[in-house]
Ligand binder design. Structure first.
Ligand code: PLP
Length: 426
């Protein structure tokens, strides 16, 4: 892959030719001493799109002007507000319009979907998860296993990497699914693991799960807005995501859910609420629940409009930038950061171990680094120098140059500061 040279001039040239360069101006970048910081934590909380304030102001005005009538008479009626977001969400997840819905938050959506898609029966009770899944996913899954009267210790299998390795090999995952065979009820993986940054082969995992008669679901918290997704074509059964990481929609913003269309017409059990009820008869307030025959049928509550306002702005940017162009730039930015770290290791005998897969097809933009010596100190020094990266116990520094607003210059500067933090001479 062609990358900038490791000079400020070259990095700036690449920025000048970057077709997505203008998006950076559309974000509020936190400042220290009046200088924008180097923000590489968009994998944790994306930056604020500049248009958010005026868009929220508009809804506040309409609320003030119309009161309850705003549900139907606001400039963007709140009654159907979530429908405005479906096209963007479908576009970045590779889904059909009817397969996506914005509702609740991530872990709540996982719970709602597990009610429908984790249906242990006979000896088919097991769940396969990746090693070190995000704790919330593990807690959620274990609680469902327990609700079915089963023991999470026996029924949840966490796929471990090989001795001395940090990430999982696709063949090993597929082998494990095959081995669990008719005992396997569900494969629940992250699309991209939050700790290592490994992107899993969702298509192959789904196909294998189906081959043995199991269901495949994914938590896309670190995948959505980061890597290209084709949920419909991959025949993924269900997925959920949050919108405050790569999707820049603000702390605790509304979550997303995907249910493949082949599950829409079934009478899958679910936790019901009035917002999932058939729209034509919802306001007849009848006693029986008739679900909308799309992903919207999993909704329980009416739309959190203020969160959705932000998400709408953020999604529009993604649609405008296009996942293809974002991915192209992402491969370059992350490749550049990787090359800079490799050079620091080579030239200055540093020992920064990138545990994220070296194969770009198996990662998004995040790089996770283990520094066996003084990892936490290096992290603290970076932070003191206004570089926003994060530390995840037990031993990882995570950094994500995101293509929407990070520049090649950001990555170059990061390398210079990292050298200072390591105490090496430039
Ligand atoms: C960020 C993240 C969460 C957070 O869950 P919330 O319900 O949004 O608080 C859950 N799972 C994964 C994999 C995550 O990366």
């Amino acid at each position: 892959m062609l990358l900038p040279e490791k000079t400020l001039v070259s990095a700036r040239q690449w920025d000048a030719h970057d077709p997505l360069n203008a998006f950076r101006e559309q974000f509020k970048i936190p400042k220290v001493n009046n200088e924008p910081i180097l923000y590489f934590t968009g994998n944790s909380l994306g930056l604020q799109p500049a248009d958010v304030e005026s868009a929220i102001q508009l809804e506040l005005e309409d609320w003030g002007r119309y009161g309850v009538e705003g549900h139907f008479h606001a400039r963007h009626p709140w009654y159907s507000y979530h429908e405005r977001l479906a096209p963007g969400a479908a576009s970045i997840t590779g889904s059909r319009l009817e397969e996506v819905v914005l509702m609740n938050q991530l872990t709540s959506n996982l719970h709602f979907l597990l009610i429908s898609f984790y249906r242990p029966k006979g000896k088919r009770v097991k769940v396969l998860m990746e090693h070190s899944p995000f704790p919330s996913d593990r807690y959620a899954m274990a609680s469902h296993v327990a609700l079915h009267g089963l023991d999470p210790k026996e029924s949840i299998v966490e796929m471990q990497p090989r001795e001395g390795e940090h990430t999982l090999r696709t063949d090993d995952i597929l082998g494990k699914i095959h081995e669990l065979g008719d005992e396997l009820a569900l494969v629940l993986f992250g699309g991209v693991n939050y700790y290592t940054g490994q992107a899993f082969n969702m298509e192959a995992i789904t196909a294998k799960a189906h081959e043995v008669g199991a269901v495949a679901g994914f938590d896309l918290a670190h995948a959505v807005g980061n890597i290209p997704l084709r949920l419909h074509d991959w025949e993924v059964d269900f997925a959920c995501w949050c919108t405050y990481k790569y999707l820049n929609s603000g702390p605790g913003s509304v979550g997303g859910a995907f249910v493949h269309e082949r599950h829409h017409k079934t009478d899958l059990p679910r936790l019901a609420g009035w917002w999932g009820h058939d729209k034509k008869t919802r306001f007849q307030m009848g006693p029986d629940f008739h679900p909308i025959p799309t992903a919207e049928g999993w909704q329980v509550s009416n739309a959190p409009v203020f969160n959705m306002v932000i998400h709408g702005i953020a999604l529009a940017q993604f649609v405008q930038a296009g996942m293809d162009r974002l991915r192209t730039k992402s491969l370059q930015l992350t490749g550049y950061m990787e090359a800079i770290i490799d050079e620091i290791n080579d030239k200055h005998l540093a020992d920064l171990r990138i545990i994220t897969p070296r194969d770009p097809a198996q990662r998004g933009c995040q790089l996770s680094i283990v520094a066996p010596v003084k990892g936490k100190t290096i992290y603290n020094r970076l932070t003191e120098r206004a570089v926003s990266v994060d530390w995840r116990e037990p031993s990882v520094i995570r950094m994500a140059p995101v293509p929407m607003y990070n520049s090649f210059e950001d990555v170059f500067r990061f390398g210079e500061i990292l050298k200072e933090c390591l105490g090496v001479k430039a």
